[in-house]
Design a protein around this ligand. Structure first.
Ligand SMILES: [Zn+2]
Length: 66
């Protein structure tokens, strides 16, 4: 994951941490819907249109548990 990418995703991840994961638009193409999925404690946010994605432990619970 590139450091620059994280900056783009940061607002969306912040909202996700605050329980708002609906109706997010991709920070790269501004058109695709962002979907969140979880595997174990790793959350993945991905654009349905351009394919940009980011993975990591984003929710406070996951980080605290890590
Ligand atoms: Zn996109």
């Amino acid at each position: 994951m590139a450091e620059d990418d994280f900056i783009y995703w940061n607002d969306i991840l912040e909202d996700y941490r605050n329980g708002r994961s609906e109706n997010k638009k991709c920070p790269f193409c501004y058109e695709g819907d962002v979907i969140f999925s979880k595997r174990d404690r790793v959350t993945r946010a991905a654009c349905l249109k351009c394919g940009h994605f980011i993975e990591g432990r984003f929710s406070d619970d996951d980080v605290a548990d890590a």
